[in-house]
Ligand binder design. Structure first.
Ligand code: ACO
Length: 431
């Protein structure tokens, strides 16, 4: 196919710049500016990477205007309806849906890696009882590089494979250990007879004195939430994993960096922030007041769980979660949950409001997920940890793609310098 180019006029230059346009399989074309600095001594300026494609990827596609999300080409709605988190994990990691044997082998391998090195468990004792679980999660995942030396060689395909299975398997165990530490209960070991989400519920809610029955709807809800959180192309935490990994650091450190990025309230921390916001709003009669606060430029308050960098339409994941929210609350006998009613009313009022309509602010994936987690008995501070369990699959898939991409370079953006020009040092007695 013929190459496409665009010409850009620069006011004080006689010749326009000629830049190649690269076309992907879906989504907008990109202008290749990779040689712009070497050839023209110019940088581009794009705070927050709003118009910048940082890499080529064949994992996930989003059309934010139409509300489309595809994992390896499969619509997330179809996967949410018919697949399981473990199958989706396989799809994201390897690019294709597995056959029955492949899925069994993969599932067995994950089950074989669920236990933690006992030394890692002892690390939890160093944390205060009220440490935020995300602080523990990032620290413990970072510490994995001190325990699993056999998977530190990023140039070995086998080491990368074991790392991938190991971290996907251990995240629920680490999450449950963080929870048990925060409530002062003894750690509960994983059970190989249970599936991924059942095991998580077992490690959370069983105690050595009593093994709790697994609620199938709770396991189904978690599986769905993990599918919906599994990947979202070059979001803040995934880009952080790629950026940290681009230096050649070990993969556990790169994932720990991603966990730290996810914690922020503008990203994965939003599910915790939504619940805190709903509790703060309290009753339906306060909704208008908080909508006004969200619209006030001088007030830092934002409607948490609303808006998205990419979706300028209803987040397809929010639609699916909304349904599951009703299912879980019905089963728990709390269909008339005041928090859910408040969330539904808030959504309705915001969606009719000109401010939110004009700015295309719709509920995102996190608007309803916290209500489900709360109904399952998971404390608010654990919500972002739950998000991290699902997103680990995406982080690992992107890290593996980045490591094997021949175009990968260390990520090293440039800047538009606005500081002082060169000046001479003044000794302290003359200042
Ligand atoms: N409440 C009120 N106003 C909002 C909101 C909100 N939730 N979100 C965006 N806006 C307004 C902004 O004030 C801005 O207004 P302006 O153009 O008059 O200045 C405009 O909408 C655009 O917002 P930006 O912050 O520029 O958009 P950006 O793409 O950078 O941010 C983000 C997206 C961070 C998600 C933002 O919508 C937000 O803070 N939402 C609340 C937090 C949240 O729910 N985060 C979860 C995102 S999903 C995820 O990570 C899993």
């Amino acid at each position: 196919m013929d190459k496409k180019y665009c010409k850009i006029e620069i006011c004080d230059r006689t010749d326009p710049l000629e830049l190649e346009i690269i076309t992907g399989n879906l989504g907008p074309d990109v202008i290749d500016i990779s040689n712009l600095y070497q050839e023209n001594s110019l940088f581009t300026y794009d705070p927050g990477f709003v118009s910048t494609a940082s890499c080529q990827s064949n994992i996930t596609f989003i059309d934010g205007d139409k509300g489309i999300l595809l994992y390896r080409g499969y619509p997330v709605e179809e996967l949410a309806k018919s697949s399981t988190f473990i199958e989706v994990a396989y799809l994201l990691l390897y690019g294709e849906l597995p056959n029955k044997n492949m899925l069994e082998d993969f599932s067995d391998s994950i089950i074989q890696h669920t236990m933690l090195n006992e030394g890692m468990l002892r690390l939890f004792n160093g944390f205060r009882y009220d440490a935020h679980p995300m602080a523990m999660l990032s620290a413990i995942v970072g510490s994995m590089s001190a325990y699993y030396h056999d998977t530190m060689d990023i140039n070995s395909a086998r080491a990368r494979e074991i790392f991938a299975h190991r971290i996907i398997a251990k995240l629920p165990t680490i999450a449950a250990a963080a929870y048990k530490h925060s409530v002062g209960q003894p750690f509960v070991y994983p059970l190989n007879t249970l599936n991924y989400c059942e095991n998580l519920l077992h490690m959370f809610f069983s105690v050595p004195a009593e093994q709790r029955d697994i609620d199938p709807i709770a396991a189904e809800a978690l599986d769905l939430l993990f599918i919906l959180h599994a990947d979202h192309e070059q979001n803040c935490s995934t880009s952080t994993v790629r950026m940290a990994g681009s230096s050649g650091t070990n993969p556990y450190s790169a994932i720990a960096a991603g966990i730290s990025a996810l914690w922020g309230p503008a990203h994965g921390g939003a599910n915790e922030a939504v619940l805190r916001m709903l509790v703060e709003i309290g009753t339906k009669k306060n909704i208008e007041k908080y909508i006004d606060k969200a619209k006030d430029k001088d007030d830092p308050f934002r409607l948490m769980g609303f808006g998205h960098r990419v979706y300028k339409n209803y987040d397809p994941r929010a639609k699916i979660i909304r349904k599951m929210c009703h299912k879980v609350l019905n089963q728990k006998g709390s269909a008339d949950s005041p928090l859910l009613e408040l969330a539904i009313e808030l959504e309705e009022i915001a969606l009719k409001d000109d401010y939110f309509r004009e700015k295309n602010l719709y509920p995102n994936v996190d608007f309803y997920s916290g209500i489900i987690y709360q109904a399952l008995g998971i404390p608010t501070s654990m919500f972002t940890v739950m998000f991290a369990i699902g997103r680990t699959v995406g982080w690992v898939s992107h890290w593996r793609e980045m490591i094997t991409d021949p175009n990968t370079k260390i990520s090293r953006p440039r800047q538009l310098y606005t500081g002082p020009e060169k000046r001479n040092y003044i000794s302290i007695d003359k200042r």
